[in-house]
Design a binder for this molecule. Structure first.
Ligand code: PAF
Length: 295
């Protein structure tokens, strides 16, 4: 496995490769990231990973400087996964001058949910992902469904700019108690780690309630609003500070409308929903989601 730090070296390594599968990361890799490498290997060859902590997607109060840089450890893990090249540029390489051109996702997708609570986040993500795609020229790129809105925005970006990269979404990897793997889990205290699986439990309870209501024909917009409210209240009651707990359409993350429940917008079987949540437990902000697909 080669570790390259410049765009020129990367392009030289990948010259002539037409089926590259790419996994962009910010490093500090855990089993969730490694599962993305395995998905990538199923969709292309060679597999290329990038490690770059992207300042553009951090707000001033967020933990850019504190973000763990663990290149040596990460490289060992990637080598064991059979990754061909790791692209690990420094900031001067990727942003040799202030990055004044930016990619702005549409407000109706980029400024809701995560975008509402982390203004500018998706502009930072799409800008660096477009730039990384220009460096790697991948045929396929893999993103985890844990960051549901991110993978959706990147897929739309590829469609709208006619980029020759297909986006593959990979399932969320969870600990045995259901907690989605995330670099942020390492910041949880022992007590917080015990509490943390409740986020997924509440997503599951909500998804089950939706399925039940769908089955007994009691699904309504009021019932959906009530489920969101109950779950957010339960989180507050347990000591969390929720940013959102939202039941949305899988298609575009819009709130459900009457027409979704009575038929029309999504092809049958409909409606397909996703439950998304973000909440702080102590100092740590966790996000998770669960798709609800009705049979
Ligand atoms: O999901 C991440 O780790 C980052 O947002 C990404 C896609 C690597 C862009 O910096």
């Amino acid at each position: 496995m080669k570790i390259v730090h410049t765009i020129a070296e990367l392009r030289a390594q990948l010259r002539g490769q037409l089926r590259t599968a790419f996994v962009p990361t910010m490093g500090n890799l855990h089993e969730g990231h490694l599962s993305l490498m395995r998905v990538a290997a199923k969709h292309g060859d060679p597999v290329v990973a990038s490690i770059f902590v992207n300042r553009l997607q951090f707000a001033p109060h967020e933990d850019f400087d504190r973000y763990p840089r663990t290149l040596q450890d990460d490289a060992k893990k990637l080598e064991a996964e059979g990754v061909y090249v790791v692209f690990a540029p420094d900031e001067k390489e990727l942003y040799p001058e202030p990055q004044e051109f930016r990619v702005r996702p549409p407000e109706n997708l980029g400024d809701i949910l995560e975008g509402e609570f982390r203004p500018g986040f998706f502009v930072g993500v799409t800008t660096v992902v477009l730039k990384l795609f220009q460096c790697v020229s991948p045929q396929v790129a893999v993103f985890g469904k844990k960051d549901y809105q991110q993978q959706m925005i990147i897929r739309r970006m590829c469609q709208q700019f006619a980029l020759p990269t297909s986006i593959v979404s990979a399932p969320t990897i969870r600990d045995e108690d259901g907690l989605a793997l995330s670099s942020r889990n390492q910041y949880l205290s022992v007590k917080e780690r015990e509490e943390a699986p409740w986020l997924y439990r509440l997503l599951t309870q909500t998804a089950n309630a939706l399925s039940q209501m769908r089955a007994d024909h009691s699904l309504s917009l009021d019932a959906i609003a009530e489920l969101e409210k109950q779950a957010a209240n339960e989180l507050r009651h347990r000591g969390w500070a929720p940013d959102y707990f939202a039941i949305r359409r899988q298609l575009d993350l819009k709130p459900l409308e009457q027409i979704d429940l009575t038929g029309g917008l999504q092809p049958p079987p409909e409606p397909q929903m996703v439950v998304l949540a973000a909440a702080r437990l102590g100092q740590t902000r966790l996000i998770d989601n669960l798709e609800v697909t009705f049979a």
